[in-house]
Design a protein around this ligand. Structure first.
Ligand SMILES: [Mg+2]
Length: 191
């Protein structure tokens, strides 16, 4: 059975980081305003430290996370054919101690929303690159480098700077939604 490693944030669901930034800054930023990987990079550096204090004390961005259409249904179907692992990074190097709470939030969200995933196949880490698998699905190009013969990149504003040619040279295919992932991994679309 081929092993698949599936990222959580911005791949399966979108946690409410931006809503927390907006609440804290009293702003109304949209995802289209942000082309960096961490949404809080939109906050000026001095304010950002205070935001992180507030964030780790007060916010659970998984309470109202948005689930991408068909993500959970497709993953359930993938489990019939593949050995599926949900792999998510939780370590915030700026706040190693405080970020431990993110492991709990992520684990609880996966248990609740994907009860068909064996809890032992939930991998919360800071070192995704160490994991060997056949297929990777992620929204971050850096996480798709290394092991794997099929690498699918979920299209997002923050990864549009990578051209088709650049991705091709890394063996990465850009995909636009979970329906397309279903077609590639369970149907007939060529990788
Ligand atoms: Mg991600």
């Amino acid at each position: 059975m081929q092993k698949i490693m599936i990222d959580l944030d911005e791949t399966i669901c979108s946690p409410t980081y931006l809503e927390e930034v907006n609440k804290y800054m009293k702003m109304d930023y949209q995802y289209t305003d942000i082309d960096t990987y961490f949404v809080e990079d939109i906050i000026p550096p001095l304010e950002r430290e205070k935001f992180l204090d507030y964030f780790y004390e007060n916010a659970n961005v998984y309470d109202h996370a948005y689930v991408f259409p068909e993500a959970i249904e497709v993953i359930r179907d993938l489990c019939q054919v593949y050995d599926v692992y949900i792999v998510s990074a939780f370590v915030d190097k700026r706040r190693p101690k405080e970020s431990s709470i993110m492991a709990k939030y992520k684990y609880e969200w996966i248990l609740k929303n994907m009860p068909f995933i064996d809890p032992k196949k939930i991998i919360l880490t800071g070192s995704k690159h160490m994991i060997m698998c056949d297929i990777k699905i992620d929204d971050k190009v850096g996480n798709l480098k290394g092991y794997g013969e099929t690498k699918l990149l979920l299209d997002h504003m923050h990864n549009r700077k990578y051209s088709f040619e650049e991705l091709e040279s890394l063996g990465i295919k850009r995909v636009h939604d979970w329906r397309q992932i279903r077609d590639i991994l369970l149907g007939s679309e060529e990788v």
